[in-house]
Ligand binder design. Structure first.
Ligand SMILES: Cc1ncc(COP(=O)(O)O)c(C=O)c1O
Length: 294
């Protein structure tokens, strides 16, 4: 919400492009064709969002640069920003196709719009520098969430200095919050980040790889980047939300309940990612695979 405000202030434009199945929190203008819980419940938008607010949000198709180019052309000079999960993780894990993020960088540059990476899920998770480090594409603004608070509630955005200079008190974009920079949350965040050594990333990668291999099966596919994983009940990994919705949700539900009965609690939706943490040791991975095979 705040990053979009900065983007609108910087460009003097109102419209924002997001992707179908992308989830960026519950700010009004972003609850349009959102993934995550909204997707699970088949809610394309949310009641209570003014039509005039929803109209500020344009919807493109993930991994389809032509859908973005078409919007930027049709609304030339009107789009403030394109906001994207650099690895989509709220329609299940859907990875960016090679060239997709670099293509967004190019298209937004040409259109004079900002590129915003929502790294609420991928930040620090897929690499110390997030997905932007992994894929070598630099956005104008980056959004982060509780990952910088050691799991406690906090949100942040950062990016180009000239953009952040627009934020109060330096500039005219108001920014406030009673919980902003809460000392306990910041201490938890620092403690968590200090634990994230290269060994921790390597261990999670190795166990993630084993989990991915073990889960593969007939009529199913696994998408994984580092500690982010989805087992799709669809033979081929989806590349966008439309394909993700073709998954056999009934089969996922049965699988979820079976795993729960065997003591493995998965995210309760085909569209929510599994997170492998440093606490998931080999025993936990083995137990998960054993339960899945039974
Ligand atoms: C990619 C992404 N962005 C933003 C959010 C929203 O975070 P919050 O609910 O803290 O605003 C989420 C929450 O799941 C998310 O997955």
């Amino acid at each position: 919400m705040s990053a979009l405000r900065v983007a609108r202030a910087a460009t003097g434009r109102d419209l924002v492009v997001k992707f179908e199945g992308g989830y960026h929190g519950h700010a009004d203008s972003l609850l349009v064709e959102a993934g995550s819980g909204a997707a699970t419940l088949s809610i394309p938008g949310s009641a209570g969002v003014a039509a005039s607010v929803a109209a500020q949000t344009l919807i493109a198709t993930y991994n389809d640069l032509s859908s973005v180019a078409a919007l930027l052309e049709r609304y030339a000079g009107m789009v403030a920003a394109v906001i994207v999960e650099p690895i989509a993780a709220n329609m299940g894990v859907v990875t960016a196709a090679p060239g997709f993020l670099a293509g967004l960088r190019e298209l937004t540059n040409q259109a004079g719009a900002l590129l915003i990476f929502d790294e609420v899920i991928t930040g620090f998770r897929v690499a110390p520098g997030g997905a932007q480090e992994l894929y070598g594409v630099r956005p104008d603004l980056t959004v982060l969430g509780k990952i910088i608070g050691g799991g406690l509630p906090v949100g942040a955005y950062g990016g180009r200095a000239d953009l952040l200079d627009l934020v109060a008190p330096a500039g005219p974009v108001y920014q406030a919050g009673t919980l902003s920079g809460h000392p306990a949350v910041m201490a938890a965040g620092e403690a968590a980040l200090l634990e994230l050594t290269p060994d921790v990333y390597a261990g999670i990668e190795a166990r993630g790889d084993r989990l991915e291999e073990g889960l593969r099966g007939e009529g199913m596919s696994v998408a994984r980047v580092g500690s982010l994983l989805t087992l799709f009940f669809r033979g081929k990994r989806p590349t966008n939300f439309r394909e993700a919705k073709q998954c056999d949700s009934e089969a996922f539900g049965q699988f979820f309940r079976r795993m729960r009965d065997r003591g493995v609690l998965l995210p309760p939706s085909q569209f929510e990612a599994w997170f492998i943490s440093a606490a998931h040791d080999d025993t936990a991975i083995d137990a998960t695979l054993e339960a899945a095979r039974e």
